[in-house]
Every structure is written in structure tokens, then in C-alpha cells.
Design a protein around this ligand. Structure first.
Ligand code: PMP
Ligand code: GLU
Length: 399
């Protein structure tokens, strides 16, 4: 038999966000003066009390396999968090701790999708969702939101795409890449649709704490008991506690789904790192004071970057309501050229900008938004000011 890769594998694109982040970091390591608005990861260090907990775990023998779904004490702590923050009551058997929220998503899609099952996806959406669905045999059905309505997608829009093969809806609020926040009212409509049609909801709430202007995060699972029975809540420590490298995520949902997710995990990665699990528990125990300080700083940067983008001729952006991303509309530049090279789409824009001004942004195309590029404002105010000045110079140099 030929030594070919699987068709499933050949259909998967590597993560553009991680690729751009790696390229920007490599350029920096070569001594180049790059400003990175690429991958979304907090630029703060993991708080000291969390690092101390990990050191304690290391020195006190917490270095062995844990139960596949995570230590009981961490799952209890997560159950407490879900009750306190999200008004959701789960038993530890309804929670699985994973290697980052990414693995929780992978396990969730693996547990519910058969080949050909369709997954409705409000778009622009985080670029890993479509690939994760394809990796697990599903079919992606993107439902595009409009920028004039903050990119929000409601039940009426989703309903038009429901077929007998529809199996699930993915909600990410606050959203990566738009920063939009789904209101209780919109979520109620989506919950009603999901219950009526018998659809799972994958609710990715990893940015729940990064929310501004006094808005409150609502978990769709908390709306009523019926929708809770159909929802898999995804969350993790990467964003709220600046713990991207520790790889701690989790899912909560119906016991049979969580059991299936754990079965997948038992054969792929076993448990999440035992030391990180102990530290994750400490993170949850300590309250949200540090998170609040981080949110305050992100809020200042959010307003700054929004203002600076909108000051540049031919560029615009909507003010995000959550997360730490902003979508910059580049449609007025499409058709222009940089030193003879045309800007036909977001990929051209990102590539030429990086070459010309050493500013890394993520093209919108893999998110389903080719008239936009995504900037992460999880970087210093100084970088934001310098980076936007360089973008202004780039735009000015276009013909
Ligand atoms: N969901 C969303 C919307 C994200 O942006 C990310 C990015 N890291 C993840 C999940 C995965 O996070 P992690 O695997 O680091 O927990
Ligand atoms: N989720 C972040 C982002 O969208 C981190 C990179 C990744 O996991 O793709 O940039």
C-alpha cells in the first residue's frame, strides 16, 4: 500500500494563529524589531501564588498519574466555580479536565459527531473550530454575522441552516475573533432552537472573565434545565489566569457525554499534567482580584487600539465588548498595491505588512472574514501605539 497520509489529515490546515506567532517570535529572536498582534495570549506572567502552588506540588510528590478526568479535588473546585460564577450545578462526574480547552473541544466533537454530522458555527469564528470539526468527521456550516450588527448571529439566522443532519451549534461568547458578547436574549432564542431541534450546544466560555463596559457573561447552559442537558460548557485557565503554557482546560456537561470524552482522553493523553492540575486548583481558590487588574489593563488597551485604528484613513474597527481581539476592516485597501504587489485579500495584507513594517497581525480569512485582519491587544500600550503608527505608515505607502 502507498505510504500516503490519510485524506482526513490532508484536509486539515495548521493553525495560522500559532504559525504567525511562531514567525513573529522567530524574527524577534533574530534581533528584528517585530511588533506582534498575533496569537491571543495574555502578556502577563502566571501569578506568583499559582507558580508557588506548582512548586509545592513538584516537591510533594504530585508527580504521578491522576484519574483521567482530573483529580477529584480540582473537579470539585471547578464545580464550585461553575456554581458561583455561572449558576450551574454539576457533579464532579460531569466534569473532565483536559490539556487545554482545545483538547476539551476535540474530545467533545469526538464524543458527539458521526461522519457527515453538521455543526452550525456563527462566523467569523475562531479558526480551530472548523478544523476540529473536520478532524472528528463532522461538516462545518458557517453562519456569517454582519459587522454592522457586531457580527452577532441569532436563532433566526441559525434556523435557516438547520437540516436533518444538524447535530450541534458552537457558541463562543465573548468571541474570538470579534470580541462580541451574546446577550441573554439572543442566547434564549438559540437555546429554544436547540431544544426544539434536539441539538447539542458547545459553549466555549474561555473569555468569560474578559468582558467590559459592565456587561455580564451569561452561560447558555444556565438558562434552563433542558438546555443544560444538551450543552457542553468549555472553559480553561489559559486566558483568565495567564496560564497558556500550562495546558489546563475543562468541560462540563451531561454525564454520558463527559464519560465518553474521558474514554477518548484515556487512550490519547491520559490525564492533564498533574502539577498543572494542582496549580489550577490554587488559581480557582484565590478569587479574582488579579484577574480584575488584568481586565482593567485590557480595557484601557481595547479603547486605545480601537481609537488608533479608526484614526487611520481607510481602516476601521468596531469596539469589541470582550476577549482581547479586535477585527480591523481592510476592505477599503483591497485592490491597492504595495511596491507593485497587490493586496487582494487579508492574507496579502498580513504578509506585506509583516515584510514592510514588521508588524504581525492574523489574516481574517481562516476565521471566515477576508475583509478583516485580527489584532490581539494582549500587548503593551507602547506596542499598540508603535504598532498602529507602523500600520498607518504602511497604509500611507499603498498605491
Ligand atoms: N477557545 C478559544 C475561543 C480560544 O481562543 C482558544 C485559544 N487558545 C482556546 C479555546 C484554547 O485555549 P487553550 O487550549 O489554551 O485552553
Ligand atoms: N487561541 C489563541 C488565538 O486565537 C491562541 C492561538 C491558538 O490556540 O490558535 O490566537
Amino acid at each position: 500500500m502507498a505510504l500516503t497520509l490519510s485524506a482526513r489529515c490532508l484536509g486539515i490546515a495548521p493553525s495560522v494563529t500559532l504559525a504567525i506567532d511562531a514567525e513573529a517570535k522567530e524574527m524577534k529572536a533574530r534581533g528584528e524589531d517585530v511588533i506582534g498582534f498575533g496569537a491571543g495570549e495574555p502578556d502577563f506572567d502566571t501569578p506568583e501564588y499559582i507558580r508557588d502552588a506548582a512548586k509545592y506540588a513538584l516537591d510533594h510528590g504530585m508527580t504521578r498519574y491522576t484519574p483521567v478526568p482530573g483529580t477529584l479535588s480540582l473537579r470539585k473546585q471547578i464545580a464550585g466555580k461553575l456554581l458561583k460564577d455561572n449558576n450551574l450545578s454539576y457533579e464532579p462526574t460531569q466534569i473532565v479536565v483536559t490539556n487545554g480547552a482545545k483538547q476539551a473541544l476535540f474530545n467533545a466533537f469526538s464524543a458527539i459527531l458521526d461522519p457527515g454530522d453538521e455543526v452550525l458555527m456563527p462566523a467569523p469564528c475562531w479558526l480551530s473550530y472548523p478544523e476540529l470539526v473536520r478532524m472528528t468527521g463532522g461538516v462545518v456550516v458557517e453562519v456569517l454575522g454582519d459587522e454592522s450588527n457586531n457580527f452577532l448571529v441569532d436563532a433566526d439566522m441559525l434556523r435557516q441552516h438547520v437540516t436533518p443532519r444538524t447535530k450541534a451549534i458552537v457558541i463562543c461568547s465573548p468571541s474570538n475573533p470579534n470580541g462580541c458578547v451574546w446577550s441573554r436574549e439572543i442566547l434564549e432564542g438559540i437555546a429554544q432552537l436547540a431544544v426544539e431541534k434536539g441539538l447539542f450546544v458547545i459553549s466555549d466560555e474561555i473569555y468569560e472573565k474578559l468582558i467590559y463596559d459592565g456587561l455580564t457573561h451569561v452561560s447558555i447552559a444556565s438558562l434552563n434545565d433542558k438546555i443544560k442537558q444538551q450543552t457542553i460548557v468549555i472553559n480553561g485557565h489559559s486566558k483568565a489566569y495567564a496560564m497558556t503554557g500550562w495546558r489546563i482546560g475543562y468541560a462540563a456537561g451531561p454525564a454520558n457525554v463527559i464519560k465518553a470524552m474521558s474514554a477518548f482522553q484515556s487512550h490519547s493523553t491520559s490525564n492533564a499534567n498533574s502539577i498543572a492540575q494542582y496549580a489550577a486548583e490554587a488559581a480557582l481558590k484565590s478569587g479574582d482580584e488579579i484577574v480584575k487588574n488584568m481586565v482593567q489593563e485590557f480595557d484601557t488597551r481595547r479603547k486605545l487600539i480601537h481609537q488608533l485604528i479608526n484614526q487611520i484613513p481607510n481602516l476601521s474597527a468596531t469596539l469589541p465588548e470582550g476577549a482581547f481581539y479586535i477585527m480591523m476592516n481592510i476592505s477599503a485597501l483591497q485592490g491597492k498595491t504595495y511596491q507593485g504587489e497587490p493586496i487582494e485579500n487579508s492574507m496579502d495584507f498580513a504578509r506585506l505588512l509583516l515584510g514592510a513594517q514588521k508588524v504581525a497581525v492574523v489574516p481574517g480569512r481562516p476565521f471566515g472574514a477576508d475583509h478583516h485582519v485580527r489584532l490581539s491587544y494582549a500587548t503593551s500600550q507602547e506596542n499598540i501605539k508603535n504598532g498602529l503608527a507602523r500600520i498607518a505608515a504602511f497604509v500611507d505607502s499603498l498605491e
